[in-house]
Design a protein around this ligand. Structure first.
Ligand code: ZN
Ligand code: ZN
Length: 341
């Protein structure tokens, strides 16, 4: 089968590899679509930090498809079932995994799941543990459902755990309206009455943010931090920085309210100073990482109800390398690129 693999020395190659066989407790999924995430660019540059032995692995951590075969000991998943493969699974047996935090599993490190050191979904088939696949409600098309994991789940986890910052009258700033941003706006709209301020430098993506339910869309260059700080009681009670660069984190810290919360979601590897004179008093500053399969199940319910929809552009596996170059330069249009095998 065809698979897009991160090579040990760095870079991506489309390779011909054997179709994997599901082992005990695993399922084989025929991939319908796999989303392209900007973090794949980082993974392809330094694959050894996910798989130190230097052997190639298939990327893709936003995968959906149809279960084609099940291994021994699998009872809850059957063939023909459309599923989303939750990428960030762990060993499933250590105390962290048993406590419901598989994405923080210390046993599997440095591999962090499908497409993250283990073989991912940018291929014709993927094997995953049965507990990591979540049934897709019948209203949803498996071709476009992959990005609900990661691009959707990551903001969903942050928003779900930030309910105290989303009270009536609150303001939420969403910085960066790419793959995660377009889903973050819809999730915020679906679960809260917060005033949503999209911050995005691309005018087309600003217009898209307003279509998706943002109340205001600002150009970061256009005094965005001061304008947000003037909104609500004291600025943004919640800031989601979906870029995570020095500049966007600085903007977020300046726009955040006292007792607010600034979450670095994006993987641009920037930083922001934390101290009495650098962030508003009692403002929580935190990073975040993905979510759990049970949270993905909740998000799929929102999607099945028509409240969250992936805006997709489809490409072939052969076009993936070139598409990542465009993605890395920010020239990816609106919504998510999805590779269809
Ligand atoms: Zn990602
Ligand atoms: Zn574990």
């Amino acid at each position: 089968m065809k698979a897009v693999q991160a090579m040990g020395g760095g870079g991506l190659e489309v390779r011909d590899v054997p179709v994997p066989t599901p082992g005990h407790g695993e399922v084989l999924v025929k991939v319908a679509g796999a989303g392209l995430c900007h973090s794949d660019c980082m993974i392809s540059v330094r694959p050894a930090s996910y798989r130190p032995d230097g052997t190639p692995f298939t990327i893709g951590h936003e995968t959906a498809g149809i279960v084609e075969a099940v291994g021994e000991g699998v009872h809850k998943v059957s063939t023909g079932q459309p599923v989303v493969v939750h990428a960030e699974y762990g060993c499933g047996q250590c105390p962290t995994c048993m406590g419901g935090n598989e994405r923080s599993c210390p046993v599997m490190r440095p591999a962090a799941g499908a497409g993250l050191g283990l073989d991912g979904g940018m291929a014709e088939y993927i094997v995953a543990p049965a507990r990591a696949v979540v049934a897709l409600p019948e209203q949803l098309d498996p071709v476009d459902a992959g990005p609900l994991d990661d691009a959707g789940l990551t903001p969903y986890h942050v928003i779900r755990t930030s309910a105290p910052w989303l009270e009536a009258g609150s303001v939420t700033a969403v910085i960066g309206i790419g793959g995660l941003g377009h889903l973050a706006i819809q999730i915020l709209r679906a679960v809260s009455s917060t005033t949503i301020v999209a911050v995005e430098k691309d005018p087309g993506r600003r217009a898209f943010a307003l279509e998706l339910g943002a109340d205001v869309a600002l150009d970061p260059e256009d005094d965005a931090a001061a304008r947000i700080k003037g909104m609500g009681r004291d600025g943004a009670s919640l800031v989601l920085d979906l870029v995570g660069a020095d500049q966007t984190l600085a903007l977020g810290a300046a726009a955040a309210a006292r007792q607010g919360k600034l979450v670095c979601v994006g993987a641009a590897l920037g930083s922001v100073p934390v101290g009495m004179m650098h962030v508003p008093w009692e403002c929580v500053v935190q990073t975040t990482y993905s979510g759990e399969a049970w949270e993905l199940e909740q998000l799929l319910q929102l999607a099945a109800a028509g409240k969250v929809k992936v805006s997709a552009n489809h490409i072939s596996l052969d076009d993936v390398s070139e598409a990542y170059e465009r993605l890395d330069k920010g020239e990816h249009g609106s919504g998510r690129l999805i590779a269809v095998p």
